[in-house]
Design a protein around this ligand. Structure first.
Ligand code: FES
Length: 165
């Protein structure tokens, strides 16, 4: 029994196959383009050298600015993204606190409210933290400030990623 392919079927198969082939050719680069940022390695975990030397760090919190390489999808800021840490000596070690309030992300300042000497203060909702970054009970933040990893190399302060809790 012979099975003949009609002209209509032949055209349907041929055009369908061609369209599918061309569609795949267009789809693959689009998927690759969308997924590319996820496939590349970021600069996570790197330490950056600051402009401060070890002997400049005292028990009084010092606002230290630094820049980190950030890759957020296609966003790669030139020269790195600016960050700040409150750095001090505490019990003989270096403590570097993130200034980002754990309540809703405002920026905390050292003794920025004269009512609360010796504390970090968040002006947004009157959040308070003790000098070691622990949140003051009864104020909006429910967690301590994040801490950065630090190291001293050739006398200079280096700041790394946020420590894992
Ligand atoms: S954001 Fe800091 S207290 Fe609300």
């Amino acid at each position: 029994m012979s099975k003949k392919v009609s002209r209509r079927q032949f055209l349907t198969y041929t055009l369908g196959g061609t369209a599918g082939f061309l569609g795949m050719g267009m789809l693959f680069p689009m998927i690759r383009f969308a997924a590319d940022p996820m496939l590349k390695k970021g600069g996570k975990g790197a330490f950056v050298k600051t402009n401060y030397k070890e002997d400049q760090i005292t028990e009084t919190p010092l606002s230290v600015d630094f820049r980190v390489d950030v890759k957020d999808g296609w966003y790669v800021p030139e020269g790195g993204e600016p960050r700040t840490a409150w750095v001090m000596k505490s019990e003989g070690k270096i403590l570097a606190l993130s200034p980002v309030c754990k309540h809703l992300g405002c920026t905390v300042g050292w003794e920025s409210n004269p009512q609360f000497k010796g504390e970090f203060f968040c002006p947004c909702h009157f959040g308070r933290y003790f000098k070691n970054g622990t949140n003051v009970p009864g104020t909006p933040p429910t967690k301590p400030l994040d801490q950065y990893e630090t190291k001293i190399e050739a006398g200079h302060l280096w700041i790394g990623p946020i420590k894992k809790a």
